[in-house]
Ligand binder design. Structure first.
Ligand SMILES: Nc1nc2c(c(=O)[nH]1)N[C@H]1C(S)=C(S)[C@@H](COP(=O)(O)OP(=O)(O)OC[C@H]3O[C@@H](n4cnc5c(=O)[nH]c(N)nc54)[C@H](O)[C@@H]3O)O[C@H]1N2
Ligand SMILES: Nc1nc2c(c(=O)[nH]1)N[C@H]1C(S)=C(S)[C@@H](COP(=O)(O)OP(=O)(O)OC[C@H]3O[C@@H](n4cnc5c(=O)[nH]c(N)nc54)[C@H](O)[C@@H]3O)O[C@H]1N2
Ligand code: SF4
Ligand SMILES: [Mo]
Length: 752
């Protein structure tokens, strides 16, 4: 029995209401201080009831607290010494070195020689201050972030069609009443498991349509009469969407009144879809013409008499023509009269925790806070007033992420880079080239709480706070602003990024202020965003803490905007734009590949998050998925003569790679071959012409060893989702011994 006096001394542990550190669903959770025993986690996680997750969490959320006091957690700054090793240093030494190197590099090579690479996981406060730090403290235009790899195609298409870019322009719970939902290239059953609740209505009505070259966990939700799975060849979604629009137009299923009252550009779409009749679409995509017709008719039926939504994910967005593909999805939605109607809509599913807010407040190369254009004289004048600086001192547009990374360490490129919240050595396309670039830099500074693969390359590593140790705001996939709250103290050696920016700004003699308190930064962000597209001027911590439902735009004096487009779109004339888009002729016919040739698609597993820097350190998650395996159809495996678990080489075909080249000698340069070495997992749930590899792992097993840095000309999105590859049986360890150590361990801390 507990001693009553003792029980009185210890007040009952109060839970802290916050949200999951990982994806854009931002599931609500409570963190309760745990009993202080030797092996206990500092806080216990429980799901909290909230309109998006309704108490549910996925296994990443459940285990998130394991990283708070993880033994590999960075507890002090590290600096690289003369021998090339990372050693502990004081904050004064580490920041002094960063400031001195920045001054030297800028004096010798100009302001733009210093760059910043940010992240969509940063709070709004950190993202805002990072953009200000770049423009005001460093005076550089060279800032961009990993959201370029994520939301940029959907953002560009949304801006083009609607004049604004908010992932879901309606609350998630609106989906509950849908009887048809078309999901293109999104695998929510693994990437946002609690989201699946919102598909129940459409499944009950038999109307969930999933478009994915794999029979993914989400595609399997269409089984037993719950809907339809369309499995086009990778990178043919644009043609499929043109085909669906063709049927809608040909069968006279257009929302004619809506189109004439609310849109421009119908003629260009009619022209662009004319050549794509269903049989021709079948020949390119492999989707039967009959299914194309019935799907289009079902969508049109529910748009008229029920409720119908079209949603896109990275599967159709992360392509070199991702913007046009999303545009084709939006065109289809507009033809059916969905956006802004109570009978449905179009949305894209934002990915990272703050993938939405992270792109609104100035981390993007071409943007100022409030989703303003950096080239707009009015926007510049406004920001100059808020920051108290001369307008001419605010740099112009910088370079999108892939281009920025390409300039690393080059003569007129970026020579010093600060990384906040990204692990580019694993997650960027063509990672070997990225690592080469990082190694050419005069200075690489990485802020992280773990020694990520990118931090291992750094000259200075700065340990920062984790989600449960900080205050701030996040904007979820619905454009809803949420409060992140502190549940426990950070380890003594870690510092907040706001504090780091404040100290560096002072050491660099920056004008303007760099507050260290999140709420003070938010107050400045309110003023900065006022009058912009993403207007947060009416939002405050007080309002959020009172439990208000807050969707931007939320101008002061308003009640916010749960649903956009009810009356008008954001273009000056209030009308949406239909933009006729054309499909390029596929460079490679999927129907007659050589027996060893495949489309490589990349993506996600339930257990791991992104580059895996976090989830590979959670014991239960890494035990469930310890290594990447190449998903391969048994018929293809028979052709290749490989069995379950066999080792294979996956080699990029085309430019820069020798087709069919035998593994070369064991020299260091072998690491430069665009290839991956991994084991196979046989599955019937994939097209026989397609292989799939998750990108959560480093080293020679990193999927991004083979992806190309080719990008979408409008959005700057790399072609992550389809790479032509050759798959061949391999020995393991490789006969040439090439980098076998990299497969599981990743590179050492030593840098050559
Ligand atoms: N478990 C987990 N959850 C996450 C994340 C994570 O890393 N792990 N990351 C978060 C982030 S940042 C993001 S952006 C989201 C991403 O969430 P999703 O977009 O759902 O994730 P992906 O697995 O990248 O891609 C989705 C699907 O696209 C399919 N696909 C590949 N190529 C094509 C194609 O050419 N056409 C079509 N139609 N489909 C294709 C793949 O087979 C895959 O099933 O997830 C978020 N949630
Ligand atoms: N082949 C292929 N590549 C892809 C994709 C794909 O589908 N296929 N998807 C792309 C997509 S959608 C995305 S979003 C990117 C993401 O890819 P990454 O940018 O690699 O994402 P993370 O692994 O989340 O990296 C975040 C890093 O920052 C740290 N971190 C977390 N929170 C904070 C913080 O608040 N501050 C700081 N300083 N550090 C923090 C983490 O420990 C981790 O090391 O990957 C892209 N790469
Ligand atoms: S779905 Fe996303 S936000 Fe929800 S618990 Fe999982 S990782 Fe966290
Ligand atoms: Mo993402």
């Amino acid at each position: 029995m507990t001693n009553p006096a003792e029980a009185q001394l210890r007040p009952p542990a109060q839970p802290t209401a916050t949200h999951c550190p990982y994806c854009a669903l931002q599931c609500a959770m409570d963190l309760t201080p745990a009993e202080p025993t030797a092996d206990a986690l500092p806080v216990e996680v429980s799901g909290r009831d909230f309109p998006t997750n309704r108490g549910g969490l996925c296994r990443k959320g459940w285990t998130a607290a394991e990283l708070l006091r993880h033994p590999e957690r960075l507890a002090e700054p590290l600096v690289r010494d003369g021998e090339g090793a990372l050693r502990p240093a004081s904050w004064d030494e580490a920041l002094g070195r960063v400031a001195a190197e920045i001054r030297r590099v800028q004096a010798e090579h100009g302001k733009d020689a210093v760059g910043i690479f940010g992240g969509g996981g940063l709070t709004n406060e950190k993202a805002y201050l990072l953009g200000k730090f770049a423009r005001v403290a460093l005076g550089t235009s060279r800032i961009d972030y990993n959201g370029r790899f994520c939301m940029s195609s959907a953002a560009a298409a949304g801006n083009r069609a609607f004049g604004i870019d908010r992932g879901l322009p309606f609350p998630l719970a609106d989906l509950d009443t849908a009887d048809t939902i078309l999901m293109l290239g999104s695998n929510v059953a693994e990437t946002m498991p609690p989201f699946v609740q919102h598909l129940a209505g459409a499944r009950a009505a038999g109307g969930l349509v999933v478009v994915d070259p794999r029979r993914s966990a989400t595609a399997q939700l269409t089984d037993d009469g719950a809907g339809t799975h369309l499995a086009p060849a990778p990178h043919t979604d644009l043609v499929l969407l043109l085909g669906l629009a063709h049927v809608v137009i040909n069968d006279g299923l257009l929302a004619s009144k809506y189109l004439s009252e609310r849109t421009e550009g119908l003629e260009s779409v009619i022209r662009s879809v004319a050549p794509w009749w269903p049989e021709r679409v079948q020949a390119t995509t492999g989707v039967p013409a009959g299914l194309i017709r019935s799907t289009a008719r079902r969508l049109a039926d529910s748009a008229r008499t029920g409720s119908c939504y079209i949603l896109t994910g990275r599967g159709i967005e992360q392509h070199a023509d991702g913007t046009d593909t999303v545009t084709a999805a939006i065109n289809l939605a507009l033809l059916l009269g969905l956006p802004g109607s109570p009978r449905g809509g179009y949305g894209t599913l934002t990915g990272q925790g703050n993938g939405q807010g992270g792109r609104e407040h100035g981390q993007k190369a071409d943007q100022l806070p409030g989703y303003r254009k950096i080239t707009d004289p009015e926007a510049r004048a406004h920001m100059a007033r808020v920051w108290g600086v001369d307008e001419a001192s605010i740099p112009g547009p910088g370079l999108p992420a892939v281009e920025l990374l390409r300039t690393l360490g080059t003569d007129d490129g970026v020579r010093a880079l600060l990384v906040h919240g990204a692990n580019v050595v694993v997650s960027a396309p063509d990672v070997s080239a990225v690592r080469d670039g990082l190694r050419r830099l005069d200075l690489l500074v990485v802020c992280d709480f773990f020694l990520s693969e990118t931090a291992r390359e750094a000259d200075v590593v700065l340990p920062v706070l984790q989600w449960a140790e900080e205050e701030g705001t996040m904007t979820n996939l619905e454009g809803r602003v949420l409060r992140r709250r502190r549940a426990l103290e950070a380890p003594a050696g870690a510092r907040s990024e706001l504090w780091i920016m404040n100290r560096l700004a002072e050491l660099l003699g920056a004008p303007s202020s760099f507050p260290t308190e999140p709420e003070v930064v938010f107050e400045e962000l309110r003023r900065a965003s006022k009058g912009g597209l993403a207007d947060y001027s009416g939002v405050s911590y007080e309002l959020l803490d009172a439990g208000a439902e807050v969707y931007w735009p939320y101008p002061a004096g308003s009640k916010g905007t749960p649903r956009l487009f009810a009356k008008r779109f954001a273009h000056d004339d209030g009308r949406a734009r239909l933009v006729g888009v054309r499909a390029a002729t596929p460079a490679w016919s999927p129907s007659h590949p050589a027996p060893e040739e495949f489309h490589l698609a990349t993506g996600r597993l339930l257990e791991h998050y992104q580059s895996g820097a976090q989830t590979r350190r959670v014991a239960a998650l890494s035990a469930a998925q310890p290594e990447p395996r190449l998903q391969l159809h048994p018929a293809a495996a028979a052709r290749l003569r490989v069995a379950e678990n066999a080792w294979v080489r996956v080699m990029r075909l085309g430019e820069g790679s020798a087709q069919g080249a035998a593994p070369s000698s064991g020299s260091r340069s072998a690491a430069r071959r665009p290839e991956v070495l991994c084991r196979v997992e046989l599955t019937l749930d994939i097209r026989p012409d397609t292989v799939f590899l998750p990108f959560h792992f480093p080293g020679l097993a990193a999927a991004n060893q083979v992806t190309e840095s080719r990008t979408d000309p409008i959005s700057g999105m790399p072609e992550f989702k389809t790479t032509r590859v050759l798959v061949q049986p391999a020995e393991f360890p490789p006969a040439d011994g090439a980098n076998a150590d990299l497969v599981h361990a990743g590179p050492s801390e030593e840098r050559p």
